[in-house]
Design a binder for this molecule. Structure first.
Ligand code: NAP
Length: 315
C-alpha cells in the first residue's frame, strides 16, 4: 500500500471510513472490518464523535487495542450528539469534545482532529486557538477541516500563520466521479495552492460506484441503499446517475478493471488527494478497495474519462 502525506502523517492512500460502526454494523462486525484493513496495509481510520451515536469511536478504539501504533486515527468534532452536547466549535466545547473522544477511543492522542462542519456562531480565530492548544498539549497531532469552502480554508490558513498556530493540514469534503463540487468550487485548487491534503468523503457515492446497484432493479438486500426510503433510493439511482455509472463501468471493463477500481484510481490520480476513506461493512469490501488503488491512470485516460462523463450527461 502506497502512502501520502497529511501534514506529518504518513497515510495509506486507501483509508477506512468508520461511519457504519455502531450504526449499520455491530462491534464484532466492526472489528472484522478493522482487522481486514490492517491486514491489507490500511493505516488511516476516519471516524467522528457523532457516528453511531458515539459508538463508532468506542468500537474503533477497542478494535485497535494492543495495536494502536499501527493506526492513524482521524476523528471529528462539532456535530450535535444530544441535547447536552449540541456541537459547534467554541473553545469550551472543543476542549470537552476532545477529551471525550480520547476516552472513547481509549488513546492518549488523536492523529488528525477535524472540525466536522463550519460553525457560523464562533469566530474562526477562537476555534483555531483552541485547536492549537490541543496540539501543544500533545492531545492532537494534526488538525483538519471538513465541509469548508475555499474562502474559509484560505482564511483559516491566514489566521493560523498570523498567530504562529498549528494550521489545518487537510480538508475533507464530498468528492467522487459522480460529485465533483470541490473542482468547481475551487476547493481542490485552494488545497493545492496552500499545500493541504484533500480527503474525499462518499468516494463510492454510498456504494453506487461499487457497481452493485443496477438500473431498474431493487437494491440488493442488506445494502445501504436497501435500507433507505424509496425517494432517497430513486434519487441515488436516478436515470441521470445510472447513465454515468453504466458509461463509466463500460469504460473500466474495456480497460480490464471494475467500476470500483475506477472510483479509487480516478480519485488517486489527483495528486492533491491523500487518502480515499471508503466506508465498508464487510472485510471483503476492504480487500477489494485496497486492491483498487493499484491501478494508475494516465493523463490521457483521465481526459478520456471526462469525455465519457460528458457524453453520458448529454444522453
Ligand atoms: P462511501 O465510502 O461512498 O460508501 C461506503 C459504502 O459502500 C459501504 O457502506 C458499502 O455499502 C459500500 N462498499 C464499500 N466498499 C465496497 C465494495 N468493495 N463492494 C461493494 N460495496 C462496497 O460512503 P461513506 O462510508 O458514507 O463515506 C466514507 C467515509 O467518509 C465515512 O465512513 C466517513 O468516515 C466519511 N464521511 C464524512 C462526512 C463529512 O461530513 N466529513 C460525511 C459522510 C462521510 P454497504 O453498506 O451496502 O455494504
Amino acid at each position: 500500500m502506497q502512502t501520502r502525506s497529511i501534514g506529518a502523517l504518513d497515510a495509506s492512500v486507501v483509508g477506512l471510513g468508520c461511519n457504519n460502526f455502531g450504526g449499520r454494523i455491530d462491534e464484532a462486525a466492526s472489528k472484522k472490518v478493522v482487522d481486514a484493513a490492517l491486514d491489507v496495509g490500511i493505516n488511516l481510520f476516519d471516524t467522528a464523535d457523532i457516528y453511531g451515536g458515539t459508538r463508532s469511536e468506542e468500537f474503533l478504539g477497542r478494535s485497535l487495542a494492543g495495536r494502536r501504533d499501527r493506526a492513524l486515527i482521524a476523528t471529528k468534532f462539532g456535530g450535535p450528539i444530544d441535547d447536552e452536547r449540541k456541537g459547534g466549535a467554541s473553545a469550551s466545547y472543543i476542549g470537552r469534545a476532545c477529551d471525550d473522544s480520547l476516552q472513547r477511543l481509549g488513546t492518549d492522542r488523536i492523529d488528525l482532529y477535524q472540525i466536522h462542519f463550519p460553525d457560523q456562531a464562533t469566530p474562526l480565530e477562537e476555534t483555531l486557538g483552541a485547536l492549537d492548544a490541543l496540539v501543544r498539549a500533545g492531545k492532537v497531532r494534526e488538525i483538519g477541516c471538513s465541509n469548508f469552502s475555499a474562502d474559509m480554508i484560505e482564511a483559516a490558513t491566514r489566521i493560523s500563520a498570523e498567530h504562529g498556530w498549528a494550521r489545518f493540514v487537510s480538508v475533507q469534503n464530498e468528492y467522487s466521479l459522480l460529485r465533483r463540487g470541490p473542482e468547481k468550487q475551487g476547493v481542490l485548487d485552494a488545497c493545492g495552492k496552500l499545500g493541504l491534503a484533500f480527503i474525499p468523503y462518499f468516494p463510492l457515492a454510498s456504494g453506487v460506484l461499487s457497481g452493485k446497484y443496477r438500473r431498474g432493479e431493487v437494491p440488493p438486500a442488506g445494502t445501504r441503499l436497501a435500507g433507505m426510503a424509496a425517494d432517497r433510493q430513486e434519487q441515488a439511482l436516478s436515470d441521470a446517475v445510472m447513465n454515468r455509472v453504466e458509461a463509466l463501468e463500460a469504460w473500466a471493463t474495456a480497460h480490464g478493471h471494475t467500476l470500483l477500481d475506477l472510483a479509487f484510481a480516478w480519485l488517486l490520480a489527483k495528486p492533491v488527494v491523500a487518502c480515499v476513506i471508503a466506508g465498508a461493512t464487510k472485510p471483503e469490501q476492504v480487500v477489494a478497495n485496497a486492491a483498487a488503488a493499484q491501478w494508475h491512470l494516465t493523463e490521457a485516460e483521465m481526459a478520456d474519462i471526462d469525455a465519457v462523463i460528458a457524453e453520458a450527461k448529454e444522453r
